[in-house]
Design a protein around this ligand. Structure first.
Ligand code: DQA
Length: 162
């Protein structure tokens, strides 16, 4: 069973009341419940955590190496500034899906640059809270495909079929 960490960064604890015209009215608690339900649906385990502090997020990413198979990260504003978070993801080597509720590419120019994107498996943005569901499905499929490829590699050379 794959174990996923859903990590939310600064100000995402305010979801529900924070600029609802941009981020919607779904609360972080609702999102965490959605993550748990989606994980159950696909036979994965999920833990959710939020922090407003960059260093605490770095530590959570480092610790995930021992306990999780992949990360879904909404780094909030740190997306656009944090080399430390980028380095932490690269250092752990855990497959990471970058996530944003809003479509950061359709917003201010400073939001269109992401330090997470170069070290992420991929990015999901613009689908609101449903993006968390999409990210879990994408990450679980990625992990399953990767596990399949690894066992193919240890099974010896592929046999020719005609
Ligand atoms: C966000 C987008 C960021 O630019 C912003 O700073 C956030 C939320 C999103 O989910 O759309 O805090 O990551």
């Amino acid at each position: 069973m794959h174990s996923l960490l859903v990590l939310n960064g600064p100000n995402l604890n305010l979801l529900g009341t924070r600029q609802p015209e941009i981020y919607g009215r779904t609360t972080l608690a609702d999102i965490e419940a959605l993550c748990a339900a989606t994980a159950r649906e696909v036979g994965a385990r999920v833990s959710c955590w939020q922090s407003n502090h960059e260093g605490a997020l770095v530590e959570a990413i480092q610790q995930a190496r021992r306990s999780h198979d992949g990360i879904i990260l909404n780094a909030g504003a740190y997306t656009h500034s944090s080399i430390a978070l980028m380095d932490a993801i690269a250092a752990t080597g855990l497959p990471t899906v970058e996530l944003h509720l809003s479509n950061i590419h359709a917003r201010e120019p400073f939001r269109q640059r992401s330090f997470i994107a170069p070290v992420a498996v991929g990015q999901i943005c613009g689908f609101g809270a449903n993006g968390y569901r999409l990210a879990i499905l994408a990450l679980v499929e990625h992990l399953q495909r990767r596990a399949g490829t690894e066992s193919d590699a240890t099974d010896g050379p592929p046999t020719e079929t005609r």
